[in-house]
Write a protein that binds this ligand. Structure first.
Ligand SMILES: *[C@@H]1O[C@H](CO)[C@@H](O)[C@H](O)[C@H]1NC(C)=O
Ligand SMILES: *[C@@H]1O[C@H](CO)[C@@H](O)[C@H](O)[C@H]1NC(C)=O
Length: 201
């Protein structure tokens, strides 16, 4: 019995998935936001397009991210990006970005699963928007941390072709906006967000 349990633990750790986090109550919007960012493996990154036919328009793109190791959340979304990605080309001109999360991506939140009681657009299914600037990760120890976090949680990443000049970037968060209950969206002070507990057991 113990051996079976040990095996499951190993599988859980190797999958790079975030384990053992509790969904904070809707009233604690800062903790709810930290929880969403920590659990998320990807989000939609919105830039101001510089591409032909879309110049100046909002451009949305899915990007993989990690805010830390499964058991070590920082609240800072880290990305592994290539200059071949059109979003990154946009960022060279203007690094103001908006990053959108939905709790529906976790696949296990009843408020989000489409039934007569849930929907991704239900106010109870968290929608979180981070507004900020996309910046390069410069300092070596932070680069090492970003790499470990991203490669642990995205096992395909180490195989991505070197010729694409992958780089580590992060979102420098300036503002947050959330809906996780009835009554409309709310802003979360950045300081409250970083001081909140991301829902560890
Ligand atoms: C989490 O990661 C940060 C950054 O590398 C490190 O300073 C901290 O000690 C880590 N905490 C835990 C609990 O591993
Ligand atoms: C980037 O775009 C934002 C939003 O339109 C604008 O406020 C800001 O001035 C722009 N920054 C640069 C460097 O153009």
């Amino acid at each position: 019995m113990l051996n079976v349990l040990a095996l499951f633990t190993v599988i859980a750790v190797c999958s790079g998935k975030v384990q053992n986090v509790n969904r904070p109550p809707y009233k604690d919007i800062a903790a709810r936001a930290r929880y969403v960012v920590h659990r998320a493996d990807w989000a939609v990154v919105n830039t101001i397009s510089t591409q032909p036919r879309m110049t100046g328009l909002a451009f949305s793109n899915t990007n993989a991210l990690a805010d830390g190791l499964p058991d070590n959340s920082t609240g800072v979304p880290y990305f592994y990006v290539s200059p071949l990605d059109v979003s990154i080309q946009d960022i060279v001109t203007n690094n103001s970005v908006t990053v959108s999360f939905s709790e529906a991506e976790f696949n296990d939140i009843e408020d989000c699963i489409i039934t007569s009681g849930g929907d991704p657009e239900s106010p109870l299914c968290t929608r979180l928007v981070l507004i900020g600037k996309m910046v390069s990760v410069i300092e070596q120890s932070e680069r090492d941390f970003a790499k470990k976090a991203l490669f642990t949680r995205h096992p395909l990443m180490p195989t991505w072709p070197e010729s694409h000049n992958w780089e580590f970037m992060k979102l420098d968060i300036k503002d947050l906006w959330i809906i996780d209950f009835f009554g409309g969206g709310k802003h979360i002070p950045v300081e409250d967000y970083f001081n909140a507990n991301p829902g560890y057991n």
